[in-house]
Design a protein around this ligand. Sequence first.
Ligand code: ZN
Length: 247
Amino acid sequence: MKVTVLGFYGGYPTKGIGTSAYLIESNGFHLLLDVGSNSLLTLERYVDPIHLDAVLLSHYHHDHIADLGVLQFTRLLKRDAKGNKPHLLPIYCHNEDIDNFKQMSFENVTLGIAYNEESELTIGPFKIEHMKTLHPVPCYAFKITEEKSNKTIVSTSDSGYKEAFIAFAKDADLLIADSNFYEGMENHTVHMTAKECGRIANKAKVKRLILTHLPQTGELNQLVEQAKNEAPSIPIELAQKEMTITI
Ligand code: ZN
């Protein structure tokens, strides 16, 4: 399977780079994980949004859903080369915020499908498991397993540090972790530090760590160093726009 980072900033876009959105592909199936600001324009470089197969949302903060409305409008208005309407797009999301959940179903364009911590979803070629994170609003981390290869991607989504991430991310082929803060801000209730991400990666023995949900300020390479101090044997990189990782 293949992951492409469409945007990686936390909170707001800047300098031509958007907020959280990742395209996950396997066998021609296109799953969009979060729909941050600027993600639709970047997505279009890889797949026409009318050919997207499913969307998976971690939570309803703006920096994760900013382009959702225009994705719905694209699929309402645009037709393929033969003039056909796109299929009803499933948006997998939680329903603990009922007002936002209702917005996920729009005409015959998109359909909100609720998951919860107990549910185990299959979305196309992927099995999805969930874990509730530490965040001011309900938010879920995901373990995405490509069923044919058994390879796994774990995304922490937005979260403060939770020891439970170590078991959840155990032996993952790729960990994509919220590293919004520099060292010194540990045990925050909204986001993690790079040091905490490194600790999870090391204890879970993941094969690779990508630091994401990055801050707009400071020297980002310090985040890599701070994570490496905790996980010296694990390859660690900053998320970059249109970085593609094949697992
Ligand atoms: Zn958030």
